[in-house]
Design a binder for this molecule. Structure first.
Ligand SMILES: Cc1cc2nc3c(=O)[nH]c(=O)nc-3n(C[C@H](O)[C@H](O)[C@H](O)COP(=O)(O)OP(=O)(O)OC[C@H]3O[C@@H](n4cnc5c(N)ncnc54)[C@H](O)[C@@H]3O)c2cc1C
Length: 296
């Protein structure tokens, strides 16, 4: 993939070749580029100073598979948002992923943007990231030293950083499909436009009730509401054991102050973001929001 003449680009033919190149040269400032939808913008604006890039496109197929493995779903790090959006396996296992992928930029971006790129770019506004939090997903990292798995909730410890080591590639994300019975899912991105907008607030949610209509599983995750995507654990705890209702929703929404720390920026104000987050939480826990979202 030609980038710019002032950049050094290597294009390994296989994943194994890429990992052995990284094993030898990672400390010389090389980093991967997949769809390039973050990297190229950052290079163009001079935010990214790195000049040495490992192009993953020659073996994109090796990293792109979406399948089942030992009762879990495995989404290849190189899967594009379009592939995620179109996957019938994912639509069945958890339609939240397709719904999130369908809100990334617009179709041309979705055709290039990858799952691993969204994870490693680690923007607090990354649209797929709250979904991985809700799914308690694990990130698979491969290097010449072998493969390790990291719970996604530990993958981004602080603003735009990850625990990925310089010689590692993100090869997949894994999750256990959540039970479908008596459950309800939520994905909602609130931005300036329906497409091509970075979120002011993005939320993913999952709730499940028992036979007596008590909430036994409540998971809520927000993006653009803190330096990293976060689970709203105080709100979740507040709702557990209660029946879905407006009162439950209100009680949980009041606890969001403990979970979220939004800021004023060019896209929105902290006050607007909190209000939207509270409204979405209340309506979801009242059972008035969050049918399985349509996959576009
Ligand atoms: C016009 C436009 C609109 C956008 N809109 C949205 C949006 O609405 N929502 C949203 O979430 N994002 C949006 N983005 C950002 C971007 O499209 C996503 O973050 C995308 O998922 C990045 O994937 P990529 O393959 O293009 O990553 P790249 O740009 O190739 O890489 C991004 C980062 O990930 C690293 N990386 C890539 N692959 C791997 C790998 N396999 N292993 C380890 N590290 C890797 C790179 O080194 C780099 O640090 C937008 C971008 C543009 C240009």
């Amino acid at each position: 993939m030609p980038l710019r003449s002032d950049l050094d680009v290597v294009s390994p033919a296989t994943l194994a070749d890429a990992l052995s190149f990284l094993a030898e040269h990672a400390d010389e400032g090389w980093a991967p580029v997949a769809g390039g939808t973050d990297v190229m913008v950052r290079l163009e604006y001079g935010i990214e100073k790195r000049t040495r890039w490992i192009d993953l496109s020659r073996f994109a197929g090796e990293l792109a598979a979406i399948g089942e493995e030992e009762g879990r779903i495995r989404v290849g790090g190189g899967a594009t948002m379009t592939a995620v959006r179109r996957s019938s396996l994912l639509a069945d296992a958890c339609p939240l992923l397709g719904a999130a992928a369908a809100t990334v930029g617009a179709i041309p971006i979705q055709n290039r943007a990858t799952v691993a790129g969204n994870l490693v770019n680690a923007s607090p506004a990354g649209d797929t990231l709250p979904v991985w939090l809700v799914l308690d997903a694990e990130v698979e990292l491969a290097s010449g030293r072998g493969t390790r798995r990291v719970p996604y909730r530990e993958f981004t410890p602080s603003y735009r950083t990850t625990v990925r080591r310089p010689d590692e590639l993100v090869t997949a994300v894994r999750f256990e499909p959540p039970p479908k019975e008596r459950s309800r899912l939520l994905f909602r991105k609130v931005g300036t436009r329906a497409v091509q907008a970075i979120s002011k607030v993005v939320v993913a949610g999952l709730l499940r009730t028992d036979a007596t209509n008590r909430l036994v599983d409540v998971r809520l995750a927000f993006g653009s509401m803190a330096p990293v995507p976060v689970r709203a654990t105080a709100a979740e705890r507040e709702a557990i054991g209660r029946a879905p209702s407006v009162a439950t929703g209100r009680a949980a929404a009041e606890r969001l102050d403990a979970d979220l720390s939004p800021i004023d920026d060019v896209r929105s104000t902290a006050a607007y973001r909190m209000r939207v987050a509270r409204n979405l939480t209340r309506e979801f826990l009242a059972g008035r929001l969050g049918e399985p979202p349509p996959v576009l």
